[in-house]
Design a protein around this ligand. Sequence first.
Ligand SMILES: [Zn+2]
Length: 377
Amino acid sequence: MFNIKTKKEMKIRMFILAVSMLLGIYAVQGAKTDKPFTIVIDAGHGGRDPGAMGKLVREKDINLAIALRLGARIEKGLPDVRVLYTRKTDIFLPLQDRANFVNENAADLFICIHTNAAENTSVHGVETFTLGLNKQESNLDVAMRENSVILLEDNYEANYQGFDPNSVESYIMFEFMQDQYIDKSLSFATLTQKAMSGKCKRNNRGVRQAAFWVLHKSACPSVLIEVGFISNQQEEKFLASDSGRDAMAGAIYDAVVEYKRDIDKKNGIAVAAPSKSLQTEKQVSSSSKNTGVVYKIQIAAVKKELSAKDPALKGLKNVKYYKEGGFFKYTYGEENTFSEIEQLRKSIRSKFPEAFVIAFKDGKKISVSEARAIEKK
Ligand SMILES: [Zn+2]
């Protein structure tokens, strides 16, 4: 209980209360302005596709166990990060569906977890792959094995545009593609290898590149981690054990923490002070007209073009779309400042509660944090 002795003291207490309430409101709004940093964790294989077979365990079970442990650690340790799973149980999922899930949720990082296998049972260690576009560098054998699940899918000829995971020729298509996320993918892959070989003392087989369908179709920084060789007796034992799975999830978690910290630092999130005078807000707004930054509100992502009267658009006028990752992404509004687009987003919030802000610079999509950093310059 408070023990209030004087009127003056009461006034001071009321003042403190008012200020802390205002700060509280700011904190809630501040947290809502950006879409949360989203990580999709993908346990490779599942259901009728067991992946590589060991003597004690199947690949799909190792992958799922580590994926769930990793997700739980992120949820606990990084509560502002949104964690999504392609699967949380033993189900079969086509590769394309996994990539679609990443794109539908506008993920910021995609982590695929797999277990390796080799004819030579002495081969052991960990590898982290990014999408490889160069034929010389591509590890075709691994890519072919991990892509071959496509052949288990119904209707794969139609879904994968004639891509045959077992034909070398099919991989030529990757050589003509650009991967705009390669720098970030490489940096996360490097951190992951460092953590798995350091903390977990696994044999470091390095960061590698290969043409994985699931990475190629995902519109965000993406890696595929091979957590060890199921074909090696010791490594299989390690990956079949609770302690081994905990250790691997812990190492990948450490890499996530470090990666996220680097990104926040680059975006200036750590240094963004909550208290800002109105004067500075105004200066930011007026000087941001020439930055080339355009904010829009994304309201839907669908596979087919919608008619203007489509119920999904809920009668909203002046809706536009852009294409990304095989999707028509519908947007509303166009503003040069984040504060203006936020205002607009709030005005359609009742109809589109899931809508979120996206940003472009000179027509190229960038993250909202990047855009805001440019706006502040
Ligand atoms: Zn696999």
